[in-house]
Ligand binder design. Structure first.
Ligand SMILES: [Zn+2]
Ligand SMILES: [Zn+2]
Length: 93
């Protein structure tokens, strides 16, 4: 059994983001709430993982790219040029 499966079972294969908005959407993507690149110790923590549908997942990453990440990356990139190469959907195993 993988951590991914545990999370899917815990969340009953329902998108947790949709659920918070009162919608029931089947989902099979396990998303890291705190991106692993910021804290690799959280990669396998169940509390940091939630089931999410494809459209919410895209929105989540786009949102982050637009706000939080954009600001943070600007500062970080000058110090960490290697972070440019990190791909968006790396946490889908
Ligand atoms: Zn959703
Ligand atoms: Zn994600």
């Amino acid at each position: 059994r993988t951590v991914r499966e545990l999370v899917l079972h815990r969340d009953a294969y329902i998108c947790q983001k949709c659920k918070r908005q009162g919608r029931i959407t089947p989902a099979t993507i396990v998303h890291h709430i705190i991106p692993v690149r910021y804290d690799s110790k959280k990669a396998l923590e169940l509390d940091n993982l939630e089931t999410i549908c494809a459209s919410c997942h895209n929105a989540e990453h786009t949102e982050r790219a637009m706000s939080l990440r954009a600001k943070r990356m600007k500062q970080t990139l000058s110090r960490r040029p290697d972070m440019i190469r990190i791909k968006r959907n790396e946490e889908i195993w």
